[in-house]
Design a binder for this molecule. Structure first.
Ligand SMILES: [Zn+2]
Ligand SMILES: [Zn+2]
Length: 394
């Protein structure tokens, strides 16, 4: 039997409509990373109408980020929900970030309603985190300190299963230029240095290295420039690798060995390299205490929760938030669909997708309530976070 505040949250979300309307509007108007001006505008308008104070932008690099805050003005913890709202090229909301946005906004308003009606001290924010698909918006926000003021961070992501935790890896993009020397491939090959041979050597060497890298390593690459003409020795080639591992610490050891292998491979044919890296996406350190509360809250409103998936998967910029404060990123089922497909995009705008918006908002707001209303609960989440970070950095 849920306590009165949780009943108030559930009733509030059952009786108010902006959350699914907001989600459908974002779904119908997909915007790419860092171009999500309409989505950010619609979310902030909706929360402003609910009495939230809005700050736009947050950092110079993230013009489509925002913070919407409501505070009781009487102290207490500060809980933050996160909203993503960027889409994918060609397939629109194929990752269903419109569901995240609707659920996050609904959760913020519902938790505010619970705090207000019970006179409980505390603050609640929704931070709009742009460019998850391309650009690492949360990494930029975390590095700028935009999450330092909060006590716990929560968001949901749509999926093919409702689950509280899914295995996740740190990753970094590696961009390599190979410099050789051009020459006629038939009449003067001895005067050239073949940059493509350096690329091919690198792929072979990295493959040979794979069994000896960290057991959580996943290294995958493509050739992005392989030469201009088959009768010219390529003087300049490019490749791009994505390196993943179970933690940023493991990733760093892999990165050094792969970089070394690429440099040696290029040197072996007389070529040289220029290597650049993208932003480092940290692994998600899902807070078990908060994840369990979220699962319990969903079950209490008759939403079935599947087993966690522990096998290591992809990456998300929410990992960088999870190294700043206790964080969860559970999943809500929208259908038997795979992310980044047109089928997933259709499900994200379907009645099942809209049900996920409301279920997600309820689960998030109820878990936010658990953390804000019980100092012991929040303390347990904080202690778990501190222990996980101490272990990672040891
Ligand atoms: Zn995605
Ligand atoms: Zn996504």
């Amino acid at each position: 039997m849920p306590e009165a505040a949780k009943t108030a949250i559930v009733d509030f979300l059952a009786e108010t409509t902006p959350w699914t309307e907001l989600s459908l509007k974002i779904h119908a108007n997909p915007e790419l990373s860092f171009q999500e001006h309409q989505a950010a505008g619609w979310i902030t308008e909706t929360l402003s109408a609910q009495g939230f104070e809005i700050t736009q932008g947050l950092t110079p690099e993230t013009p489509t980020a925002f913070k919407a805050t409501w505070s009781s003005g009487t102290g207490g913890p500060h809980i933050v929900f996160m909203a993503e709202y960027d889409a994918l090229p060609k397939i629109g909301h194929g990752c269903g970030h419109n569901v995240i946005a609707g659920a996050g906004a609904g959760a913020a308003a519902a938790l505010k309603h619970a705090l207000e009606t019970t006179g409980t001290p505390g603050s609640v924010s929704l931070v709009g985190t742009p460019a998850e698909e391309e650009g690492g918006g949360k990494i930029l926000l975390a590095e700028a300190g935009a999450f330092d003021e909060f006590d716990a961070a929560l968001m949901i992501h749509p999926a093919d299963k409702t689950m509280t935790v899914r295995g996740n890896r740190a990753c970094v993009d590696m961009f390599i230029q190979f410099h050789g020397k051009g020459a006629h491939a038939a009449s003067r090959p001895h005067e050239g240095i073949n940059a493509l041979d350096a690329v091919i050597n690198s792929f072979v060497t990295i493959r040979q290295l794979m069994p000896y890298l960290h057991r959580s390593a996943n290294v995958h690459g493509i050739i992005t420039k392989g030469g201009e003409a088959n009768n010219v020795i390529p003087d300049h080639c490019e490749a791009n690798f994505l390196l993943r591992a179970e933690s940023v610490e493991a990733l760093e050891s892999i990165r050094q060995r792969v970089e070394n292998a690429v440099e040696r491979s290029a040197e072996s044919v007389g070529a040289s390299t220029t290597i650049e890296y993208g932003l480092t996406y940290a692994e998600l350190k899902a807070n078990r205490k908060m994840a369990d509360l979220f699962g319990d809250n969903l079950r209490s409103i008759d939403v079935p929760v599947a087993e966690d998936v522990t096998e290591l998967g992809g990456s998300s910029d929410v990992g960088n938030i999870s190294r700043v404060l206790p964080t969860i990123h559970p999943y809500i089922k929208i259908g038997d669909v795979i992310a980044h497909t047109t089928d997933f995009a259709a499900a994200a705008g379907s009645p099942a997708g809209m049900e996920a918006v409301i279920q997600g908002a309820k689960g998030l707001a109820m878990t936010g309530w658990d953390l804000i209303s019980s100092p012991e609960t929040l303390q347990q989440a904080e202690e778990e976070f501190a222990a996980a970070m101490a272990e990672a950095e040891a």
